[in-house]
Design a protein around this ligand. Sequence first.
Ligand SMILES: CC(C)(COP(=O)(O)OP(=O)(O)OC[C@H]1O[C@@H](n2cnc3c(N)ncnc32)[C@H](O)[C@@H]1OP(=O)(O)O)[C@@H](O)C(=O)NCCC(=O)NCCS
Length: 218
Amino acid sequence: MKNNDYILRLETEKDYHNTETMAREAFWDLSVPGCSEHLFMHDLRKYEAFIPNLDFVAEKDGKVIACVMYSRSYLVDENGEKKTVLTMGPICVHPEFQRMGISRRLLEHTFSLALEMGYDTVINFGNPDNYVARGYKSCKKYNVCLQGDVFPAALLVKVLKEGALDGRKWYYHQNDADSRCSDEKAVEEYDKLFEPKEKHHTPSQEEFYIHSHSVIVP
Ligand SMILES: CC(C)(COP(=O)(O)OP(=O)(O)OC[C@H]1O[C@@H](n2cnc3c(N)ncnc32)[C@H](O)[C@@H]1OP(=O)(O)O)[C@@H](O)C(=O)NCCC(=O)NCCS
């Protein structure tokens, strides 16, 4: 799709339900039967680490067709030094418009804004297929891990400014804005605000299981 077929702009309060409806379509049955990302977005907007200036949507013919959101998390080194980083997500594109370069444009646009705002590192869990072309690398390449020296295969790092991470070991502490997503009752309750939709088991859920249970070994 050509760049002038749609615009990128900040999300406004009027978009919230439409953006979440679009996200629900994009994420439905992808990693689990149904999805919880619409609740995540709802909670994230009210979260103290949320960054409204990086909350972008793509709009085509007056409709929200994609979105990306960011929040602050932090890294801690072995001496206890703390560094603020961005956690990217959720990002999604309505199924009708996927694989047309829209998330590429959303990411490139918000990465350059983030850099102007003084952030130099973006970290998120995700399917590497979606991110390596945007310059994301395995967390292992930057010595970024979780407590217990675990390097998840799905933990991906995008350095916005060369040298932002200097090779020392960093522990990633992701904010807990998505904490209610594991609460089935909370997800079910929030989902009632949307059109009823049937849940299914799909092969992509197995792919998600494999990615989210894989670690990089030394
Ligand atoms: C994942 C998602 C956000 C990607 O957005 P998109 O607009 O469809 O992606 P783009 O067209 O910008 O492509 C991004 C990259 O994906 C890869 N890609 C594109 N088409 C692809 C295809 N047919 N097969 C495999 N990879 C492909 C490429 O690496 C591409 O980079 P490039 O533009 O440099 O070639 C979108 O498909 C989506 O919303 N999926 C459902 C929700 C989701 O999975 N969100 C991310 C959670 S980790």
